[in-house]
Write a protein that binds this ligand. Structure first.
Ligand code: GLU
Length: 289
């Protein structure tokens, strides 16, 4: 029997635009977290939002990551091909009474103070409806982020009943990310701190679906002076040339992660190997929730 590596991390960009500097910090951070312990690193293209995502952009993201020396250890999945998985998960939640059909409009939710807690009327079977996860009062979720420390959130207070599938049939990011991470056996989620606020609701959804909860680490988007300077310049995708200057870009991401300098290496695969050996996640600055 093949021994499964203990750690399975991932990088999951949305192809709604070219990789930006923040995505490269997340790619490198997730790579180092996984590879430091000889784990697997999986690339998943999150093109669940058909209106905002574009296939060619996803292909370019894959090529850019290859130029940076980061290759997926498992076949690359595209979320646009995973509808059956999402439908199954929603069916399960509806069957278990954890999700419900909802016809409240955006204006209705605004009138509720922006947080959905109860429907103003029942959805008829024949009308288009969104599917929401029911979040009961006092749904307290606590988790220990490897970078940001202990986080506690009352999901009912913070977001209320959240949407899993829109009335037009579109699955949401919150649903797709939870279902795919579980389906792919991801047990380590490392990503930008902009997603810290989504984590508690994702953990609650995992619990409702009976999935295991991965470990989490949320990386700074911008921090120390050098990193801020570099990333300001690098934040404009036209200002950096991933194909010709991969190590310059990896180095800028490394500085944002506050790691000790790596000198004299110009080849990305060799650079990544050195980075993995040198990586110390305790040096990464925490972002306030
Ligand atoms: N696809 C999301 C993004 O590009 C990231 C999802 C995640 O890492 O959980 O912002």
């Amino acid at each position: 029997m093949i021994q499964q590596p203990a750690i399975h991390g991932r990088f999951a960009p949305s192809p709604s635009g070219p990789l930006h500097f923040g995505s490269i910090v997340a790619a490198l951070g997730s790579w180092c977290f996984a590879k430091k312990h000889a784990g697997l690193w999986t690339l998943r293209i999150e093109d669940v939002d058909h209106d905002r995502c574009d296939h060619e952009t996803g292909l370019q993201q894959i090529r850019d990551l290859e130029s940076l020396g980061m290759l997926s250890d498992t076949p690359i999945e595209w979320q646009s091909e995973n509808d059956a998985r999402y439908i199954n998960a929603i069916d399960q939640l509806l069957r278990d009474g954890h999700a419900f059909r909802c016809v409240c409009s955006r204006a209705d939710v605004t009138n509720m103070g922006g947080i959905h807690r109860a429907c103003i009327r029942h959805a008829r079977d024949d009308e288009p409806a969104s599917i929401r996860l029911h979040v009961p009062a006092n749904t307290h979720i606590a988790f220990d982020d490897l970078v940001c420390g202990q986080i506690n959130e009352d999901v009912a207070q913070a977001v209320g009943d959240f949407v899993l599938r829109r009335a037009d049939g579109q699955f949401t990011y919150q649903l797709a990310v939870v279902v795919d991470d579980a389906h792919q056996g991801i047990n380590q989620v490392v990503r930008g701190a902009d997603l810290l606020e989504s984590t508690a609701r994702q953990i609650f959804l995992q619990q409702r679906l009976g999935y295991a909860t991965p470990s989490y680490a949320h990386l700074p988007l911008l921090r120390n002076k050098d990193g801020a300077k570099l990333s300001k310049r690098l934040d404009d995708p036209r200002a950096f040339d991933i194909e010709n200057d991969p190590v310059e870009i990896l180095t800028a991401a490394w500085v944002t992660l506050n790691q000790k300098p790596i000198n004299g290496i110009t080849e990305p695969t060799e650079w990544l190997q050195k980075a993995t050996d040198a990586f110390d996640f305790r040096r990464i600055p925490a972002t306030e929730p």
